[in-house]
Design a protein around this ligand. Sequence first.
Ligand code: MN
Length: 440
Amino acid sequence: MKSNLKSWIPVNKNSDFPIQNLPFGIFSPPKEVIAKHDKAKDILPRVGVAIGDYVLDLLELKKTGVFNSLNFDTNAFAKSTLNDFIFLGKKTTNAVRARISKLLEERNPELRDDEKTRAKVLHKMSEVEMLLPLEIKDYTDFYSSMEHARNVGMMFRDPANALLPNWKHLPVGYHGRSSSIVVSGTNFHRPKGQMLQAAIVPAAAVGGLPLPPPPATVVFGPSKQLDFELEMAFVIGKETKLGESVTTKNAEEYIFGMMLFNDWSARDIQSWEYVPLGPFLGKNFCSSLSPWVVTMDALESFRIAGPKQEPEVLPYLQYSGNKNYDINLEVLINDTPVSKSNFKYMYWNICQQLAHHTVNGCNIRIGDLMASGTISGPTPESFGSMLELTWKGTKPIKMSDGSARKFMNDNDTVIMRGFSEKDGVRIGFGEVKGKVLPAI
Ligand code: MN
């Protein structure tokens, strides 16, 4: 990473999007631009790149011929998802990023001094609408933070044997649902479902022995334990054929980039339904994704060693080099910070996740989304869900307005942010935000 590289576009020191980042997203341009062009095709969603407080419009930019020497199908910029662009392959997508970097570099007058073109290709980020960046094919959610798995095991099973016997031998995961994954800013209604309701314990008979607790009853209604899960997700950028496996060594070729991910969870629905086949309706009502896909190249300088894996894993899960990433993460409920964590805590890294996912010959497709599982760190303030932060609701969190939360209230907004920082360069993900509306 060239930390001394600067853009002629002013980039605030705390911006997530300096010239070293250049993440890709899908957006709709501002209405004024649409009105000016007055052609139906101009309102099409298109590929953009974030730079400071601006979005660079690649569909408009290609008309200037800046990508002509790269020799690829620029129709990929006129699509409502990044899938076709990702399909071009890393050689091309990296070349596009390199060309944009050159174009935005402070000494390059090409676009800097061309006011007319600049007005067409640069939009204020606050004026565009960001869309879901991917046509998400399959969605898999892992369970790769040891602290999270241990906390959940302590609460729901046996504190002395919190991790199940398989946990340190394989990256546990489940197949989720892609239809309900939404882009940041999309609000959703509190899910309803079936759950257990603890019966009210009757007062002991006067002078008598305490009565045994009555059994819980099965009820239906809005979830009372709606939670967030702080996660990161990566998108598959290269396909495999059925029967093929990806190794930990070549896994990075198949990973295009990363996003922030909030895997909303209804704990009361989840805890009643999950035995014996795992997560289902407690998970698939909504998950929120950040709009900018940060490329693995932009994250290169932030590699870091993962935790030592003991016992030693099977050969197909062994790896060499630094495969974890140092990404600071935070969660806010409304304006109250409730968690500060880091992606570096993951026990299983993304290469191991992908190697495990495909070791049986399961094929992967461009647009498949693989999420990390809740990212909890070693300290209580670094836990990545309300379930853990409030320890199953026993320690409510105080909000800045004086109220308290065990889980999410109606009209609460959860915001997650993430960034890496080194040598004065900050590579950020922006945010993923979602508001809980009352059940309908
Ligand atoms: Mn999850």
